[in-house]
Design a protein around this ligand. Structure first.
Ligand SMILES: Cc1cc2nc3c(=O)[nH]c(=O)nc-3n(C[C@H](O)[C@H](O)[C@H](O)COP(=O)(O)OP(=O)(O)OC[C@H]3O[C@@H](n4cnc5c(N)ncnc54)[C@H](O)[C@@H]3O)c2cc1C
Length: 460
């Protein structure tokens, strides 16, 4: 509980313009992208690492829970406040501290918008590879806390693979530095990889040293249409088995295509298209034709209807229209989407898609699947009417069956969105007791008072 005395202490530490307890601000910071909300006790806007250290000192002493927050674009309740918590928003820690093209690195505060990092890197012919769809507004601290990923992950890996080092503050106020400024590193335990993806439950990230890589010279896109899901999934296996790794390899299932057709965004799709792969390659002018030829050979097979190519920005944008309009298109099916973000080995993708089709039919629910096929990561959307209690019960049963199926296929609960508050009940299905126990011990070690984002990541 935030007493007047504690509020005054935070004001002394941060200044009046960085401590908010008015109802409007509290309401603005009460939710993330999940359809839930919880009014916090206060919203704090630190401007520096030292501010964060000071906040943790007070919160630790008073046992006040803290909900760290970037842009609040997460869809699993990671930045959703818990009762009695203080939201710690990193929006004002938004400075790029250093850009070092010679060493291909950038040092940033956690509140920098991810797209701004990539834009600055591009001025020197470099890029920050992780490219979540929310990159235009999500913040790098939130991306790192969730190990965010995107279409380029199939070639370059997720956020975790592009961080050289971190500065952070643990739940008991220890100020730590992890990693180094080098691309090779074999000293000590790898706390960087542990903190990336820890969802603000172990330490608050106050600075990150990011790895940059050369930006692609040219990109070409293919939209590849198949008659059915299985044919497309088998093509994914063939693509991932040959040596040219695509720059993107995305999948849309039959129901997703129906949704974009109903939405009016299926321009140029051949009749009878039941599944789509979006494939990209990058390279120099001489590389592109060779890479495209290799991928087209792998994409050819049963059920192929058409291969459509794009080389200019306008052609590429046109090919991606159907995929990019999906988020809006699915909203026409039902008002609420329960978004699962499951991942399976690429070789099991066809089994997963068949299981999703079967689950949708048996539970009488529209289910739309699309996503990052090259990583075996699908966004499975169960479209529901939240006011229909009977339908919501069916959705709950369907969701559990989906997760059990994914685990049987040697997959995992989340490929990129993380666990937050919304999926933690299922985590015990994935890990054995010993592994989960060690994770709980780590949480206690980093955060002995349990003040950092309680109620997230691990089950009770
Ligand atoms: C339209 C849309 C598209 C999306 N596309 C993708 C996608 O392609 N790929 C993908 O991976 N995700 C995607 N997401 C999900 C979301 O954008 C990502 O999870 C993103 O990384 C969250 O960043 P954020 O700044 O909004 O963080 P928030 O949602 O505010 O927070 C996310 C988590 O990070 C913690 N946190 C924030 N800052 C810190 C810090 N400095 N230190 C410690 N913990 C911290 C929070 O407590 C929370 O647990 C999408 C979301 C939307 C709405």
């Amino acid at each position: 509980m935030l007493t007047d005395r504690l509020r005054a202490e935070f004001v002394t530490l941060l200044g009046t313009d960085r401590v908010y307890t008015d109802p409007v601000t509290l309401a603005l910071y009460a939710s993330d992208e999940t359809p839930k909300s919880c009014i916090p006790e206060a919203v704090l806007f630190p401007a520096s690492h030292d501010h964060v250290v000071g906040i943790i000192a007070i919160a630790g002493r008073e046992k006040l829970p803290i909900t760290p927050r970037g842009a609040g674009s997460g869809n699993v309740g990671g930045a959703l406040p818990t009762p009695g918590s203080l939201v710690l928003s990193f929006e004002c820690m938004n400075h790029i501290l250093e850009f070092d093209p010679d060493n291909r690195l950038m040092v940033v505060e956690p509140g920098v918008v991810t797209g701004d990092i990539d834009a600055l890197a591009a001025t020197a012919g470099l890029m920050y590879a992780p490219d979540p769809g929310s990159g235009a507004y999500s913040r790098i601290g939130g991306n790192l806390a969730m190990n965010a990923a995107g279409p380029r992950t199939v070639k370059y890996g997720a956020s975790r693979d592009h961080v050289l080092g971190l500065r952070a503050v643990t739940g008991d106020g220890r100020e730590i530095r992890t990693g180094s400024r080098t691309t090779k590193y074999a000293t000590g335990y790898d706390l960087t990889r542990l903190l990336v993806g820890s969802e603000g439950t172990l330490a608050l990230i106050t600075e990150a040293t990011l790895k940059l890589i050369p930006a692609p010279r040219r990109i070409a896109s293919l939209r590849v249409c198949y008659s059915d899901d299985r044919s497309a999934c088998e093509a994914v296996i063939r693509v991932m088995r040959q040596p040219i790794v695509p720059y993107a390899l995305e999948f849309m299932d039959r129901r997703a295509i129906e949704a974009v057709r109903e939405y009016g965004a299926a321009d140029g799709l051949p009749d009878g298209t039941g599944a789509i792969l979006m494939v990209e390659v990058e390279g120099d002018s001489e590389d592109i034709p060779r890479h495209l030829a290799a991928l087209e050979a792998a994409l050819r097979g049963t059920g192929l209807l058409a291969v459509q190519s794009g080389f200019s920005k306008a052609e590429i944008a046109h090919l991606w229209t159907a995929r990019k309009s999906l988020s809006h298109a699915v909203k026409k099916i039902a008002p609420l989407k329960i978004n699962e973000d499951v991942v399976v080995p690429v070789g099991k993708l066809a089994d997963l898609v068949a299981a999703i089709d079967d689950l949708g039919r048996r539970h009488g629910l529209p289910m739309v699947a699309f996503g990052h096929a090259g990583n075996g990561n699908l966004h499975v959307n169960l479209m529901v009417h939240p006011d229909d209690a009977e339908e919501m019960n069916r959705a709950r049963a369907c969701r559990l069956e989906l997760i059990e199926t994914v685990l049987k296929l040697s997959g995992s609960l989340s490929g990129e969105h993380g666990i937050g508050s919304e999926k933690r009940a299922f985590v015990a299905l994935e890990f054995d007791a010993a592994t989960l126990g060690l994770m709980r011990d780590l949480k206690t070690l980093f955060d002995p008072y349990g003040i950092l984002n309680p109620g997230k990541k691990l089950p009770d």
